[in-house]
Design a protein around this ligand. Structure first.
Ligand code: UDP
Ligand code: MN
Length: 367
């Protein structure tokens, strides 16, 4: 090899080495920015999560005959979530591209919560699904009607937190979805943050032409109730029915194919009659119709989170993989995500900080 050639090879090698070093340091810098050090593993195991009845079952609890509602799923660490339902229920790798326009996003709210709960949603995830998201409330509110681009529906249901009022809203949500041309019905509460890209990539694994009910129960075993339909010779019914239901406060999705099958029992206001018959809350009634009446299974989807779970145990680096989040309480009883970002006085729900973590380019995000 000539000396000129040797010099050239040396330069090329040096340049290559420099490129590698630059790529490596960029990668390190990126990781340190995006992935703050994970919480110490197992740090969650010390403090016990106060167990309480699933919220959807706890109001008016003497109103219905729950034989056994299992145990609350406790201690969440998204690394260690168990799949209580048969994983074989999940469709194998079938990636149907889902676009936001395929989804009907339904948010249950009430006049008292427009200001306190909708503001943060309108600033954050709603901006990613303006056309597809509808708010189901119980009053006419010109201010929020405008701020939601005309997407605040007055259901004319009563504005109280009783079974009848909540079932009435779910009934209108369901009927409005059926009248739409959307492939998926996804219900959320107004204290949910919806991670839109993750919602879409999850739905993309399932075909809306098949029957799918995606969500997460908040109890360990299926709900067991007395079957009011069954009459024995003695007149005393001792038969129980068992079914899973997805907690409404964590959000759930139903494919159009399944919604159409639910239609004879649930459309045109019939949903309210089923709620009344079994005397159970709206989310439980959805589970009853799908699992008990239609014999279809809930697909356990651990990425939905209600405030029945301690939000602080969802590690920051796992946030992008979750579909929903929630918050509750105040002061020392508050249950919110543990995330750096905006001042808690500006962002008490932590939803703005979460949004900034997922989408740092928003104008309100710290720079
Ligand atoms: N909600 C309602 N009417 C009421 C109270 C609550 O429609 O009178 C809605 C509320 O907007 C939310 C859901 O019901 O979407 C659950 O309410 P909340 O978070 O207050 O109670 P939780 O059941 O989660 O403890
Ligand atoms: Mn709530």
């Amino acid at each position: 090899m000539s000396s000129a050639m040797r010099v050239r090879v040396k330069y090329v090698l040096q340049a290559l080495l420099l490129c590698c070093a630059a790529a490596l340091s960029t990668l390190c810098l990126y990781r340190s920015l995006r992935l703050p050090p994970a919480d110490k593993k197992g740090s969650s195991s010390g403090s016990a999560w106060q167990e309480r009845a699933p919220r959807s079952l706890s109001f008016g609890s003497r109103d219905y005959e729950v034989v056994s509602n299992g145990q609350l799923l406790a201690q969440y660490d998204t690394n260690e979530l168990q799949q209580p339902l048969d994983p074989a229920e999940v469709t194998p790798a079938l990636q149907v591209l889902t676009s936001i326009s395929d989804v009907f996003i339904s948010v249950k709210t009430t006049s008292n919560y427009h200001k306190s709960r909708l503001d943060v949603l309108l600033k954050t995830w709603f901006t990613l699904a303006r056309e597809e998201t509808w708010f189901f409330s119980d009053s006419h509110d010109p201010e929020y009607q405008e701020r939601t681009n005309g997407h605040l529906i007055n259901t004319n249901c009563s504005s109280s937190h009783n079974r009848k009022a909540l079932c009435c809203k779910m009934s209108v949500e369901f009927d409005t979805f059926l009248r739409s041309d959307k492939k998926w019905f996804c219900h959320f509460d107004d204290d949910n943050y919806v991670n839109i890209p993750k919602l879409l990539s999850t739905l993309g694994k399932y075909s809306p032409q098949e029957d799918w009910y995606l969500g997460k129960p908040s109890i360990r075993t299926p709900l067991e109730i007395l079957d009011r339909e069954k009459k024995t010779q003695s007149g005393i019914n001792r038969e129980n029915i068992k079914f899973w239901f997805a907690t409404g406060g964590a959000g759930f999705c139903i494919s159009r194919a399944l919604a159409l099958k639910m239609s004879p029992a649930a459309s045109g206001g019939r949903f309210i009659s089923v709620c009344e018959k079994i005397r159970l809350p709206d989310d439980v009634t959805i589970g009853y119709i799908i699992e008990h009446l239609l014999k279809k299974k809930l697909t356990f989807t651990p990425e939905f989170h209600s405030h029945l779970e301690p939000m602080k145990f969802i590690q920051q680096r796992h946030l992008p993989e979750q579909i929903t989040f929630s918050y509750s309480g105040q002061g020392k009883d508050q249950n919110v995500l543990k995330i750096e970002g905006l001042d808690p006085r500006i962002d008490p729900t932590r939803f703005m900080s979460l949004h900034c973590y997922l989408f740092p380019h928003y104008s309100f995000c710290p720079r």
